[in-house]
Design a protein around this ligand. Structure first.
Ligand SMILES: [Zn+2]
Length: 56
């Protein structure tokens, strides 16, 4: 299963977040840093992408 690494841009503390066992077609997770819903896409770009979904 793909592994996608990303940083949360919504918090100052930085640091890399690792999402393991991501569905190859992408899936929704919760960002452990800010609690926001994120779309994890292992096929996007180089090594995958994590996009914060706007809750409002
Ligand atoms: Zn976040």
């Amino acid at each position: 299963m793909p592994v996608v690494k990303a940083e949360c841009g919504r918090r100052d503390r930085g640091g890399e977040i690792t999402y393991t066992g991501v569905d190859p077609d992408g899936e929704l997770r919760n960002c452990p840093d800010c609690g926001c819903e994120v779309a994890v896409d292992p096929q996007a770009g180089d090594g995958g992408k994590v996009i914060h979904v706007e809750a409002e």
